[in-house]
Write a protein that binds this ligand. Structure first.
Ligand SMILES: Cc1cc2nc3c(=O)[nH]c(=O)nc-3n(C[C@H](O)[C@H](O)[C@H](O)COP(=O)(O)OP(=O)(O)OC[C@H]3O[C@@H](n4cnc5c(N)ncnc54)[C@H](O)[C@@H]3O)c2cc1C
Length: 198
């Protein structure tokens, strides 16, 4: 039989997130909706108690909660934060999302260089995962944003949209292809090579 009960650690995370949503998010959510401002004070408080980096490995300064981005704890925490405000919850969770490709495809040098910046309790540094484009989001095989190498740099050319923390993030992870229209195969090859440059 499958045991679906939350572990003690998952319950602790859920309670922390629920308490944070009740005290810090819900009271201000409507006002941020109206003003359209970035909720920096909320993000700073969330960061101070580790909510921006709890899903990142301890080796890079994160909370090391098992499963990280795809673990049960992530869904439990995000559900509680989204009860406070879906938009603020997404902003809080985005650094862990942005770190995902670096952890999955990056070199160890890149992980040590980029991941710890999300794990500083004294400074909010947001991540942004840039996949969606005006013509589509889930169909990454149709992606049009291109990259090309120019000396020691990569040049990106394209348009992204609906990017959580886009433009205000400390680090943007941009998905791009070298041959638009080549379908899934091109995307898989490009996404692994695009993480290679420093
Ligand atoms: C609050 C919010 C925050 C977001 N944050 C981010 C972010 O940080 N970064 C980011 O990159 N994006 C972000 N997005 C965008 C989100 O990831 C996309 O909206 C999502 O991937 C779906 O893409 P789409 O809206 O273009 O829908 P589509 O991709 O156009 O999909 C619409 C429908 O078409 C279907 N479909 C898609 N492709 C095919 C196909 N080839 N064949 C048959 N059916 C297909 C899908 O299953 C779906 O039912 C955010 C969106 C929201 C609402």
């Amino acid at each position: 039989m499958v045991d679906l009960a939350l572990t003690a650690e998952q319950q602790e995370m859920r309670d922390l997130a629920r308490d944070f949503a009740r005290r810090e998010i819900r009271p201000v959510a409507a006002e941020y909706d109206r003003s359209g401002e970035i909720p920096w004070p909320v993000l700073e408080k969330a960061n101070a108690i580790g909510l921006l980096s709890w899903g990142l490995p301890e080796a890079y300064g994160g909370g090391g909660v098992p499963g990280g981005l795809v673990g049960v704890a992530n869904f439990v925490v995000m559900e509680e934060l989204a009860w406070g405000c879906a938009g603020i919850a997404t902003a809080i969770g985005s650094s862990v999302y942005a770190a995902g490709p670096i952890l999955a495809f990056g070199t160890e040098e890149q992980r040590r260089r980029f991941i710890p910046r999300f794990c500083d309790p004294d400074a909010v540094r947001l991540g942004a995962l840039c996949v969606t484009e005006p013509q589509g989001g889930s169909d990454v095989g149709a992606m049009r944003t291109t990259f090309r190498r120019d000396g020691d740099e990569y040049v990106l050319d394209g348009t992204k949209c609906f990017i959580t923390n886009g433009g205000i993030a400390d680090l943007h992870i941009v998905f791009a292809v070298d041959r638009p229209g080549a379908g899934w195969g091109a995307w898989l090859r490009s996404s692994s090579s695009a993480t290679t440059p420093a």
